[in-house]
Design a protein. Sequence first.
Length: 276
Amino acid sequence: MIKKCLFPVAGYGTRFLPATKSMPKEMLPIVNKPLIEFGVEEALAAGMDRMAFVTGRGKRAIEDHFDKNYELEDQIQGTAKEQALAPIRELIDKCEFSYTRQKEMAGLGNAILTGETLIGDEAFGVVLADDLCVNDGEGVLAQMAKLYKQFRCSIVAIEEVPAEDTNKYGIICGEEIKAGVYRVTDMVEKPEPEDAPSNLAIIGRYILTPDIFDILRTTPAGKNGEVQITDALLQQAKDGCVMALKFKGNRFDCGSLDGFVAATNHVYGRYQKKTP
Ligand code: G1P
């Protein structure tokens, strides 16, 4: 039912310098698959087949990744190596890709607003590729899409984090209406532990209703002088409804070195299990 998924991919990835000096951070591989490909697979598994990217300078490799590479493909045609391209070929066949550029780095809220031209007037998913979610059952976005069908309002994915980490995330609090499902009453972007309303952190998966764009247009710069999606969502929660879902699965913060290494080990372990 939700067809489009937005990928804000304009960020610099300074925590991974020098690797990200001339390469998009979203192209960093977890074993042999770029982070962004995991995100696109998760969106497709949730029924979203229109992938919309908000890019910036130096991000061409992402566009090239979701396109044919005639020379390479010609070279390996008919060899065993061709098999390695099967998953990305399937994605390219099944999805449509569109791109627009963010004019300035003015925060996640601004990046999402920039995507309005690709999304239009419909509910959509958002994937922050830095947050890698892997699990055996239903993907996180698919779990959220189910909840959307029921509530028809914006949804954020949440998990519990240690109290000292609240200043790395948007933090929500709300009324738990059934196991793992909260009606959001407050949300704060990266509060210090003493100011945090809970330890329930938003991870990089959202389903947003299109009225978010009008709210974002008038949302003033917040934390770190940037337009924050968390502030716009709080407005939606106050005016109507925003739900938060404690998702099932593993999530790795691949924007940090520790998370990246943990994700690599986890995914490598999964590969080994599949290989007899
Ligand atoms: C963004 C959001 C934050 C959220 C986080 C999830 O922050 O602003 O609310 O918790 O993504 O990864 P960023 O990590 O881009 O600083």
